[in-house]
Write a new protein. Structure first.
Length: 289
């Protein structure tokens, strides 16, 4: 006897329309507003500085933020030395950074200055896109063999949906994108795929009821049977990520924010997008059960 049951498929057209709007808006934001690429993508200046009296990374970061270098990468290599990587190779920007630091630490001296190119260059970005394409292709083949080809297609579409919306939110908020964002996107893909597989695995188990229940009821039953697992997994993942975002510091903020958005969108897509696409496809072009 079902004590808790939601007719998710009743809202399948509305959910697909909402997803389509979000994807189009996200692509529009990326095209119009662009992305706030960090130092890893743009390059900049690297300063090696020494503070004979000592200095903390947090204090140095606050000083750099006051001159518009919030995204600077700061690494302490000794008790008195730091390497500061700023997001601009402009001489005026470098001078403003050194002046601000000297105002706070008069005994500071610069050991070396170097202009550097982006860590994540065009070639690396191209290779990352190829790797992502191969991963999606592998997912498509695996799910086609393990389940069905239609299951594979809707799963990959949901992954693309999650990634695009995450990019759109980053464009809207102006959150900086660093090299860790690539790792976050790949993590989101893995998490979202796992959620989708849980639902589709239950769909496969219930497939014997297709003739008697129909595709809509079958999908509704499968989602409801896995709903508690999906929600519990998402909540237990979101809580530590929220703590990481709030108290993890500037370096981890972009990474944790991407994962927060990706997991929320991924949970939604595993419940609504995957099943709704499968229901619509099967309704228009049914196969022999």
């Amino acid at each position: 006897m079902k004590t808790f049951y939601i007719d998710f498929m009743k809202y399948r057209r509305l959910s697909l329309m909402a997803s389509l709007v979000l994807v189009v808006v996200s692509l529009g934001l990326v095209a119009i507003r662009g992305l706030n690429l960090g130092i890893d993508f743009t390059g900049g200046n690297v300063l090696q500085v020494e503070f004979p009296g000592g200095a903390s990374v947090g204090d140095v970061r606050e000083i750099l933020a006051s001159v518009g270098q919030e995204g600077a990468v700061i690494q302490a290599y000794s008790d008195t030395g730091m390497i500061v990587r700023t997001g601009s190779d402009d001489d005026k920007a470098r001078e403003s950074v050194t002046s601000a630091l000297k105002a706070k630490y008069p005994d500071m001296h610069i050991v070396g200055i170097e202009k550097v190119g982006p860590v994540v260059g065009a070639e690396l970005r191209r290779e990352a896109m190829i790797a992502l394409g191969l991963a999606l292709g592998g997912i498509l083949i695996y799910i086609s063999v393990r389940f069905q080809f239609r299951f594979a297609v809707v799963s990959v579409l949901a992954l693309v949906h999650d990634s695009i919306i995450t990019l759109g939110i980053f464009s809207l908020t102006g959150m900086e994108i660093s090299s860790s964002f690539i790792a976050a996107i790949l993590t989101i893909v893995g998490y979202s795929l796992n959620d989708s597989i849980v639902v589709l695995d239950r769909v496969r188990e219930n497939w014997r009821t297709l003739k008697t229940d129909g595709i809509i009821t079958l999908l509704n039953n499968s989602i409801n049977e896995t709903l508690s697992r999906t929600i519990n997994t998402s909540l237990t993942t979101l809580l530590p990520l929220a703590a990481l975002f709030l108290w993890g510091g500037h370096v981890l903020r972009g990474f944790s924010f991407a994962l927060l958005i990706g997991i929320i969108v991924g949970t939604y897509s595993s419940i609504f997008v995957v099943a709704s696409l499968l229901a619509g496809w099967w309704t228009k072009s049914p196969q022999k059960a």
